[in-house]
Design a protein around this ligand. Structure first.
Ligand code: SAM
Length: 242
């Protein structure tokens, strides 16, 4: 799979070459290209923004510069992702959907964002996703791209050392709609706090049941909205008692 990022701050995307992603690039599982939007600017100041029609605060990124950038770097067959707080929420399900694409191109906005006609025009020839990583406003799309690329890449075959991690993770297919249970490792006692005894019992069925209970409790505590959205038929008697 190929990830391309278009930005006015190419160096911001350096972390894409670190850690899990760096290894996946070395292993040939994915490739990452970062492009400087200013290469597509028209004037000697390499201007990428202008004042908003209708007045108001801030500057808007110019459609003609973005148009050239997408003509150059978002070829037919690619999928365009536009990070924006005004987009559809980026969730694990969306990450899984994007993991099926061959080539994702991310358009990083700055200032007040990108002239809306860029999305409108690109949508006539490419799948386009306007996606928000949360209900808050960042200064630019770069941090959102780091989040989205990492979430998508770890779902690609071979990227995670143990593919079961993605199944048991929060929002994973193992326990749909639930947060993951808490995890523990050695030592068995830490600052007076013991590991829950069931995890040392060797009884796999009991461990699974404890994990399911903790998962439900944790989800109820931190994300009651997820509990409310659960399909009742996915819950057994014991789940309902938790
Ligand atoms: N005026 C825009 C609004 O209120 O919807 C906010 C623009 S924001 C200051 C600049 C850029 O940061 C956006 O174009 C987008 O690329 C990025 N951005 C900010 N918050 C984001 C979020 N929650 N999710 C994804 N991208 C975000």
């Amino acid at each position: 799979m190929k990830f391309s990022v278009v930005t006015i701050f190419p160096e911001y995307l350096e972390p894409l070459r670190q850690s899990l992603l760096g290894r996946a690039i070395e292993d040939g599982l994915l490739s990452v290209e970062v492009h400087d939007l200013r290469e597509q600017a028209f004037d000697r100041h390499r201007t990428v923004d202008d004042s908003p029609y209708g007045g108001g605060a801030g500057m808007v990124m110019k459609p003609d510069v973005w148009g050239r950038a997408l003509d150059a770097w978002a070829p037919p067959g690619s999928t365009l992702v536009v990070p924006t707080p005004a987009g559809r929420p980026f969730t694990q399900d969306v990450a899984a959907e994007l993991a099926g694409a061959e080539h994702l191109v991310f358009a990083c906005g700055r200032y007040e964002g990108i002239d809306q006609r860029v999305v409108q025009e690109a949508s006539t020839r490419l799948p386009v996703h306007e996606l928000s990583i949360g209900d808050y406003v960042l200064a630019g799309g770069e941090a959102a791209v780091l989040v989205m690329v990492e979430a998508v890449a770890r779902l690609l075959p071979g990227v995670l050392g143990n593919p079961m991690s993605a199944v048991t993770d929060s929002f994973g297919t193992g326990s749909p709609g639930l947060l993951e249970y808490p995890s523990y490792t050695r030592p068995a006692e830490y600052r007076g706090l013991p590991v829950p005894p069931v995890l040392l019992s060797g009884n796999h069925a009991a461990v699974d049941r404890w994990r399911r209970d903790e998962s439900l409790r944790r989800t109820a505590r931190h994300r009651p909205d997820l509990i409310a959205a659960l399909d009742p038929s996915s819950l057994d008697e014991r789940d309902r008692a938790v």
